[in-house]
Design a binder for this molecule. Structure first.
Ligand SMILES: N[C@@H](CCC(=O)N[C@@H](CS)C(=O)NCC(=O)O)C(=O)O
Length: 206
């Protein structure tokens, strides 16, 4: 059975959300953050980076949420609900993979800077503050424009890249950044209203 090392509050919830959408059996090992918001040292026993999510699937240990998502879908999504478009649909498939990776890279970095700046005492470092503000607006504006009036990022249905997009949107919401992006707020509400999300939240505590 898949074992999930889950650190409360943050991205790991979206791995459990995916597991719930897939209807897979899994075990949870829960960890709580310390007073600085960091993972406890114990998580290093699961993976040397000491971060979460980490999954163990037999002799495989994975510690990147995008790679975990892909592993789960490739091996256990028997109905192909969250599979990418086939190779024959070159453009749609390329776009799908771009969205899968984008949320862990370009979209995440500015929000992390914002989070760290919020924890920084006054006076805040100006250069970093300006960079973060501009980049957060750039990324959130891009996501909202791309989303448009679609229900989910790539169309009417929840797809694998949505787990990352929903996480980024939730992080932006927690940082108080979603005000100018009502379509992103509606998207987040839609994703987190799903029964699988509610089950993930209940089992993990966040
Ligand atoms: N790129 C990794 C990021 C993993 C990561 O940084 N996880 C955060 C939780 S959102 C963490 O464990 N933070 C605790 C710490 O750095 O001490 C992924 O997508 O899984």
């Amino acid at each position: 059975m898949i074992l999930v090392h889950h650190l409360q509050i943050g991205r790991p919830l979206f791995t459990v959300f995916l597991l719930e959408e897939l209807g897979l059996d899994y075990e949870l090992k829960l960890y709580t953050r310390n007073e600085l918001g960091r993972a406890p040292a114990e998580l290093k026993e699961a993976h040397p980076l000491g971060k979460s999510p980490v999954i163990e699937d037999g002799d495989i240990t994975l510690a990147e949420s995008g790679a975990i998502a892909w592993h789960l879908v490739e091996h256990y999504d028997v109905e192909g609900r969250f599979s990418p478009p086939p190779l024959s649909q070159k453009a749609a498939r390329a776009e799908w993979f771009q969205w899968l990776h984008y949320t862990e890279a370009s979209a995440f970095a500015p929000l992390l800077l914002k989070l760290l700046l919020m924890r920084e005492a006054e006076p805040k470092p100006q250069l970093i503050s300006m960079f973060a503000a501009g980049e957060v607006a750039l990324q959130l504006g891009y996501i909202q424009d791309f989303l448009g009036d679609k229900a989910y990022i790539l169309g009417a249905d929840l797809q694998l890249p949505d787990f990352g997009v929903a996480y980024i949107t939730q992080m932006a919401d927690r940082l108080g950044e979603l005000g100018p992006y009502p379509k992103l707020k509606a998207y987040l509400d839609r994703a987190t209203a799903r029964p699988a999300y509610a089950r993930a939240l209940k089992k993990t505590g966040g």
